[in-house]
Design a protein around this ligand. Structure first.
Ligand SMILES: [Zn+2]
Length: 168
C-alpha cells in the first residue's frame, strides 16, 4: 500500500498516537492504515523505541557518602501502569551494589503494584547481603507505606545523610 501521508504529517500523527492525544476516529483510521503501510509501520516502531528510551532515562544513579542513590529525574508514579515500575526493577536488579538508597522525592503516587516492586527490590538486596533505604518520601506516599506496614521493613529517612549513616 502506498502511503499518502507526507513525512511531516506522519511524524505528527504518530507522535500524537503514541501520547494518546489522537481523536478516537483518527486512532481508528491510523490503526487501520499502519499495519498495511511499511512506511508508517517502521516509523511507529522507531518512535516507540525512542519513547521507551526517554522513559528509561527517568532514573539516574549518583553516589552519596559511598552509598548508591537511585533517583527519579522527573515526576513519576509507582503504579501498575507506569513504566517506572519496570525501570526500577531493572535498575536495581541489573547492578552489583547491594546497599541502595532510593530517593522518592519525585514520586507522587504509589499503589499496591508499586509497593510490591519496592518490596521485591528490597528482598533482592537483602538476599545479596545488602539493604535498602528510602528518602524524601512525599506525605501521600508515606501514608500508603505506613498503612501497609512496608515502612516497618524499609526504613524511610527525611535526611539523606542520616540514611547514609544508617548503613554503618
Ligand atoms: Zn502510511
Amino acid at each position: 500500500m502506498n502511503c499518502r501521508m507526507e513525512p511531516i504529517q506522519r511524524e505528527q500523527v504518530i507522535a500524537k498516537y503514541l501520547s494518546r492525544v489522537l481523536e478516537a476516529d483518527a486512532v481508528e483510521e491510523f490503526e487501520g492504515h499502519y499495519l498495511g503501510c511499511d512506511e508508517c509501520f517502521d516509523e511507529l516502531r522507531v518512535s516507540e523505541k525512542m519513547a521507551a528510551e526517554l522513559r528509561r532515562s527517568n532514573l539516574t544513579w549518583r553516589r552519596s557518602g559511598g552509598i548508591s542513590v537511585l533517583q527519579f529525574s522527573h515526576d513519576a508514579e509507582l503504579t501498575r501502569s507506569a513504566g517506572e515500575l519496570d525501570e526500577l526493577r531493572r535498575e536495581v536488579l541489573e547492578q552489583s551494589d547491594t546497599r541502595v538508597i532510593i530517593d522518592l522525592s519525585r514520586v507522587t503516587r504509589i499503589d499496591s503494584a508499586g509497593l510490591g516492586q519496592l518490596m521485591s527490590c528490597y528482598s533482592h538486596l537483602v538476599r545479596n547481603h545488602g539493604s535498602m533505604r528510602v528518602v524524601n518520601v512525599a506525605p501521600e506516599v508515606k501514608k500508603v507505606m505506613d498503612m501497609t506496614g512496608i515502612s516497618s521493613l524499609i526504613p524511610a529517612f527525611s535526611d539523606e545523610q542520616e540514611a547514609v549513616k544508617s548503613f554503618n
